[in-house]
Design a binder for this molecule. Structure first.
Ligand code: SF4
Length: 280
């Protein structure tokens, strides 16, 4: 059985950067809290918990004097609240998410209504909406926008950073053809994460030549789920959080196994998966 890793996979620079900042913060401030999990990966959250990084659900749960914002970012309102309460903020917002926040703010300030292609309950999307003031709306399909009272004259469109390129272009294209003629101006800003796009492209190429694909990543990780969505139409695909979840029956009669990993999957988890696969 040949086991092949995707050319690009696993922990992205944004999450690596956040881990480094959090380690430094723990050394300086002792135990710290993060607003939401550092990334949607249980192993990573557990490893950081061992170092003294604890996740809280909302700012009012903050017990310490230091609170870290995760790679997904947050709203300007939360940052202002922290400032007013005198809480020291360690901001690990990924620079790519920051660019998307800036795009959302600039569109809103220029008078555009802003449509964010993304999951409305995802922390990154909530943060992006915060940067649009009251001019934003999040949706994953045009159908979710039906409750528009009237089509705005100027419309901006951007994306949650980890969405797939094809899904975003499909959504934006449909908006242009259905709503576009009723607007005066439409502006589409490409806020997709290039790291995620490169991983998705590599996963697609590998899925085309594999007989089964294994995606390792958190079940609630948006980018791990997108890797599954990309591979599954091409080949049998399984999402696992740990190497122990591998089922030997998946590999019966298979000669070529492809492996990819979400952008928040720790290197150790990928290594453990490869070791278990090689032992089969
Ligand atoms: S997946 Fe992309 S946007 Fe998200 S943290 Fe990693 S580099 Fe940043």
């Amino acid at each position: 059985m040949r086991i092949e890793k995707a050319e690009k996979l696993g922990l992205c620079f944004g999450v690596r950067r956040a881990i480094t900042l959090l380690r430094e913060a723990v050394r300086e401030h002792g135990e710290i809290e993060t607003l939401g999990p550092v990334a949607h990966n249980r192993l990573l959250v557990e490893t950081l918990a061992g170092l003294g990084v604890r996740s809280i659900e909302s700012p009012d749960r903050a017990r310490g004097r230091t609170l870290a914002i995760t790679t997904h970012g947050t709203t300007p309102g939360v940052l202002a609240e922290m400032g007013a309460r005198g809480i020291h903020v360690i901001d690990t917002t990924c620079p790519i998410v920051r660019k998307a926040q800036n795009a959302a703010r600039e569109l809103a300030e220029a008078g555009f209504a802003v449509i964010i292609f993304g999951q409305a309950d995802h922390s990154e999307v909530k943060g992006l909406l915060g940067y649009t003031g009251d001019r934003g709306m999040a949706a994953l399909s045009i159908g979710q926008l039906d409750d528009w009272e009237r089509i705005p004259s100027r419309l901006g469109i951007l994306s949650q950073t980890t969405q797939t390129r094809s899904a975003f272009t499909g959504f934006a294209g449909e908006l242009v053809s259905t709503v576009g003629p009723k607007t005066r101006e439409m502006r589409i800003v490409n806020t997709l994460c290039e790291v995620t796009q490169a991983q998705q492209d590599a996963a697609m190429r590998l899925a085309r030549r594999s007989q089964v694909m294994i995606v390792i990543g958190g079940r609630y990780s948006a980018n791990a789920r997108h890797l599954v969505e990309i591979c599954a139409p091409l080949v049998e695909t399984h999402l696992v959080e740990t190497a122990e979840e591998l089922d030997t029956s998946w590999f019966s009669g298979k000669e070529h196994v492809g492996v990819t990993a979400g952008a928040s999957t720790p290197d150790e988890a990928v290594d453990a998966l490869m070791a278990r696969l090689e032992s089969l």
